[in-house]
Write a protein that binds this ligand. Structure first.
Ligand code: NAP
Length: 318
């Protein structure tokens, strides 16, 4: 059975393999849902596909009233003025600012300028870019392009806000860092940093959660370039697209798990009838939507049904 595992860890007499496990809602964490309506919520990459969906969700579902939306192009980004007008119409006070969040000094200036009567209360870092390529041909420029808005920007946000009273610090990561996806070694590394940062912040008693999203159905410059063959390959890896409604339900469910790192994706439910492991993943739950989390290594074992571990999840390394 071990021959099929790309990663093993031997700890004493135990042979461990990494696995995703379904996250459970915990009563204590349930009480810690962020109050998005308090103060100013800063969203990086807010003019992107997922940032815009989140901004609308925070205003319509959580009563967020003060939004600071950041991207390099700011109001000149496609759809940015429409987003601002729509959110304003809904009663929110919206500032769209052009800033490169990799630039620490520029970001510090933006954060310092937040009015004292609506202090910064939450950060959601969605900014990110792709520059795919096979590992052997990955250039330093490709690495830098992808790592800087993930690693440098997240660290800037962490350091510039660590002394503030934040309700939430959410990082938009990707399952690429947990599972590995073809041609995305730079992207995987950047997202793994986000996952580690969330753990690091938790260890320091700070809020932090890294949401390692699977594929979203909504097109964006991140996902929009995928060809049919790419989508089929992702589906074979168990990554079926989430629609915005499902994704925002999972976003809301995340704090209730108490976990710092969550793989937020839809397991391969379409194959459920053929695969007992996946059937277990897609079984309906009475209290919470499915929210796979990324645990530490688990002992290798056969699935309850007696089938070998599902190959779709066998690459969940951290
Ligand atoms: N879409 C998916 O299926 C998917 C799946 C897994 C994870 N994710 C993650 O979700 C996040 C959002 O993805 P998306 O699909 O919404 O991407 P997107 O539509 O391409 O939006 C990315 C946003 O980030 C901004 N941005 C990029 N670099 C920046 C920088 N240095 N400073 C400030 N803003 C910057 C872009 O605006 P400017 O160009 O104007 O700066 C844009 O607003 C990404 O971090 C991605 O890794 C997405």
């Amino acid at each position: 059975m071990y021959k099929r595992q790309p990663q093993l860890a031997v700890r004493g007499a135990d042979v461990l393999v990494p696995r995703l496990a379904r996250a459970e809602r915990t009563a204590e964490a349930d009480d810690t849902a962020p109050a998005w309506s308090r103060g100013t919520v800063l969203v990086t990459g807010a003019t992107g596909a997922l940032g815009g969906i989140l901004a609308r969700h925070l205003v319509t579902q959580h009563g967020a009233r003060h939004l600071l939306l950041l991207s390099r192009r700011g109001i000149d980004a496609p759809g940015a003025s429409e987003l601002r007008d729509e959110l304003t119409e809904l009663g929110a006070d919206v500032t769209v600012t052009a800033v490169d969040v990799v630039d620490r000094a520029a970001l510090a200036e933006v954060i310092t300028a937040i009015p004292a009567d609506r202090p910064l209360s939450a950060v959601v870092h969605t900014a990110g870019v792709l520059e795919d390529g096979v590992l052997a041909q990955m250039t330093p420029e490709q690495l830098e392009t992808v790592l800087r808005p993930k690693v440098d920007a997240a660290w800037n946000l962490h350091e510039l806000t660590r002394d503030l009273d934040l309700e939430a610090f959410v990082l938009y990561s990707s399952v690429a860092g947990l599972l590995g996806t073809a041609g995305q070694s730079n992207y995987a590394a950047g997202n793994t940093f986000l996952d580690a940062l969330a753990e690091h912040r938790r260890a320091q008693g700070l809020p932090g959660v890294s949401l390692a999203w699977g594929l979203w159905a909504d097109t964006s410059s991140i996902a929009g370039h995928l060809a049919e063959a790419d989508l089929r390959r992702l589906a074979r890896a168990g990554l079926l697209p989430l629609n915005a409604k499902e994704a925002m339900e999972l976003f809301d469910a995340a704090p209730g798990t108490g976990e710092a790192v969550l793989a937020v994706t839809r397991p391969c439910g379409a194959a459920a009838s053929r695969c007992p492991c996946c059937a277990a993943w897609s079984a309906p739950r009475p209290s919470a939507p499915p929210l796979p989390r990324a645990p530490g290594p688990r002992p290798a074992r056969r699935s309850p049904s007696g089938w070998p571990p599902c190959p779709r999840w066998s690459g969940a390394g951290r």
